[in-house]
Ligand binder design. Sequence first.
Ligand SMILES: [Fe+2]
Ligand SMILES: [Fe+2]
Length: 376
Amino acid sequence: MQTLTFTTSPLACMLSGGATNLRRPQPIKNKVAPSCRHQTYQSLRHDKVEVFKSLESWASEHVVSLLKPAERCWQPSEFLPEATRPDNDFMDEVRALRERTNGLPDDYFVVLVGDMVTEEALPTYQSALNSLVGVRDETGASPSPWATWIRAWTAEENRHGDLLRSYLYLSGRVDMLMIDRTVQYLIGAGMDHSKWENDPYLGFVFTSFQERATFVSHSNTARLAKEGGDPILAKICGTIAADEKRHENAYVRIIEKLLEIDPNETMVAIGKMLRGKILMPAHLMYDGRDPHLFQHFAHVAHRIGVYTPNDYTGVLESLIGRWRLEKLQGLRDNGKCEQEFVCSLPRRIKTLKAFTDKKAKEGFEGIKFNWIFNKK
Ligand SMILES: [Fe+2]
Ligand SMILES: [Fe+2]
């Protein structure tokens, strides 16, 4: 999971019926991180629990199989200066890294830091997955394929934040004290996933969109790094993007399977997730100073083309197509209603795009980021 968002666009929240889908944390008092209110928890219907029990062997074959053994996985140290080399050689590698990043603008670093901070809040995302009844890791080392996936997915994701953090540190372009403080605040604040209702149908719809959005976002930071003269950073972001794509594939397969065996409930879950006020994984991001840090970060990501309303529409179209939602048959009235809503969403977003592009530019001039030493 990780980085950016389902959407950073004010448009999607208008279409989903919310005033905004980016919760604005309130200014922090008494050094306490932002907290969530009005949370709801529901118990999952027994038949849904049974669905996931019955899918265990399918999950082993089609989901767990997408994981890579640790021996075949890349590791952060492979992309970083080799500290065991003689002093001068190591320093030459660090110097070369710094020279490569010279061509990248501060805006780029703001977005890369935001992506990294989001990745670093991984404990929160593992906790969120373990809230899902029927798939969660009941013992902490459960052999069930769902629990196996959650733990191994976490282990794969753990490399993303580690690598980006080390690279950013060595670049010397960012304020690591403010960044590390942001990570601590964010993990301490958590993430409000009450809209998942502890239901894997809803949770896996969310993660499908989230992994796709993350793939798009990291692909765009890779492209910008290449254009800015840092092919190594481009390779790093591209490598992380490839992981996100593989993870997206796993979650998309799960929803695809649920559409096959329980189409109406699954269609309702997709509609519900897209209609609801969706809170982003890092929506409680805070650095101790800026109470609107997430919105500010998301704005810059939009402005430099790392994640835009067009990207959000592309994510929607991709998943609607992959799940063949327009062709879904045999739905009951509530399922048909959600099918119509979801399938019409990309068109409605495109219609409103000019308006939201203008809105996105309002109120964000001259934002300063403590991550880059309070520069604009
Ligand atoms: Fe991911
Ligand atoms: Fe990630």
